[in-house]
Design a protein around this ligand. Sequence first.
Ligand SMILES: Cc1cc2nc3c(=O)[nH]c(=O)nc-3n(C[C@H](O)[C@H](O)[C@H](O)COP(=O)(O)OP(=O)(O)OC[C@H]3O[C@@H](n4cnc5c(N)ncnc54)[C@H](O)[C@@H]3O)c2cc1C
Length: 393
Amino acid sequence: MSSPDVVIVGAGVEGTSIAYALASRGTADVTVLDRDAIGSGGTGRSAGIVRCHYGVPEVAALARESLEVFQHAEEILGASVDFEQVGYLVGIGEDNLAPFRASVAAQQTLGIDTGEIGHAEAAALWPVAHLDDFASFAYEPRGGYADGYATAHAFAGAARRLGASITQGTAVASVEVSGGRVTGVTLADGTTLATPTVVVAASAWSVPLLAPLGIDLPITPYLVQEVLIDPGQDLGARPVFSDMVSKQYVHQRGHELLFGDSGGFERPIPDPDRFPSHAEDAAIERCAEKAMHRFPGIEDPSVKTTSTGMIDVTPDWNPIISATPINGLYVAAGFSGHGFKIAPAVGRLMADLILDGTSSVPDVPAETFRFSRYEEGSPLLSKYPYVGASKIR
Ligand SMILES: Cc1cc2nc3c(=O)[nH]c(=O)nc-3n(C[C@H](O)[C@H](O)[C@H](O)COP(=O)(O)OP(=O)(O)OC[C@H]3O[C@@H](n4cnc5c(N)ncnc54)[C@H](O)[C@@H]3O)c2cc1C
């Protein structure tokens, strides 16, 4: 390997999207290094839900921009990301009606195709659901879900065609700095790759890479657990459903339904490389209870399998997409379990930060996701928080 203009550590959906964005802006001398394989981290385990319903306007704007890429992936990236545009339905209880209406109005101001709908319309979208305990719903017809692994590969392929190189099975051991600026990276085999610009996009594994440089990323690995249920009947194509009353989300995977818990049961784990590969009994029971309450019309459901994953959580549950105090060193990490749907726009924002020092993403100022917001005491929080819901709403 020679001396690339930019080295990106991590070939997840963020690292590959950044590589594509840089290459498509003419910075083709980009090398992405992954200790394992493209999409082998959280990306390959992602539920892949795509929606714009966020109370942080800048996150909603990133999701809105990204939607264009999910929807037109074959045209833009030359490959499918398996996007199923089945729509996105969110239901909320009486206690959250006011923030919900304010949030939906703010999303509409951003140009997001969303709107409040009533019980009858929601029932037509999800006929097997019990909906009486919801106060209202919003529906995004352009939402849906895509595949994390396919999306990372689509970005990687497009970046390669533009001249970038993606090297798998190559761990970065350290980032080299001299005189306050980046000079390269040292690989696990001891070789050094000189470069003036490094982007660390290595999820929770970014923390040990930056700590020796005096950069303490406030990122904690958390375990998430999901349950795949066979409904035992053909439900037809149904929208992704965020149930903000029972605190769960559900989307179809083929004929099956993938359930996740949004009730705050994610928990910190000491090591991002060590977590159970299947959901714990308590998580399965909780899921079954919630699913049975919400979907009484599914007559003979059975648990098909379960899955787990690691998410990289920041104190405000929003990502760090930022320059650092070291010249030439950038971070894109801490996506806190919702980085998939914004990844295309994250790539563009990071390319802007590196090449222009500013943002070209409409409605997203460059400083929004700055690393320094934590020490400044200015966390990036929802303007319309929901009672009892996690901070990512
Ligand atoms: C179960 C689950 C469900 C999710 N559901 C959704 C969803 O529905 N919608 C949504 O928007 N988001 C969702 N997310 C979150 C989303 O998937 C992540 O935010 C996103 O995939 C993170 O991408 P990443 O590139 O930052 O990290 P990763 O995909 O983890 O990539 C980091 C890469 O860095 C590499 N790496 C680590 N250390 C080194 C090193 N020293 N040298 C070289 N390479 C290194 C790893 O091998 C890895 O490939 C979910 C996540 C999980 C786990």
